[in-house]
Design a binder for this molecule. Structure first.
Ligand SMILES: [Zn+2]
Length: 100
């Protein structure tokens, strides 16, 4: 499933206990490996760069929660940009809440 999102400046938001990074959080929650940037118009794969666990919000008025999705560093530093990503998205506060 694809989701329209915008990217947020995550600041120093700490990684929850039990995880080494936000990408580790995403991988453990989904059981997947972050092998590529989830921006649907970006071709960067993990052969070229490590993925960031990006903090995003959906472009929908009824969901102001924060989600984690793998993005390449270039996409993850385009703060405020709107783009479409492929799921899954993992909720920042509760890793059992996943949008596939
Ligand atoms: Zn990218």
């Amino acid at each position: 499933m694809n989701y329209k999102v915008h990217n947020l400046r995550a600041g120093g938001r700490p990684v929850p206990n039990g995880y080494s990074s936000w990408i580790d959080y995403w991988e453990k929650s989904t059981g997947l490996k972050a092998t590529s940037c989830h921006n649907t118009v970006c071709n960067v794969s993990s052969r070229n760069a490590n993925m960031d666990g990006a903090h995003v919000q959906r472009d929908t008025p009824n969901d102001n929660r924060w989600w984690i999705v793998p993005l390449c560093h270039r996409c993850n530093t385009q703060f405020g940009a709107h783009f479409t990503v492929s799921g899954p998205l993992v909720n920042v506060l509760d890793p059992s809440i996943i949008l596939w």
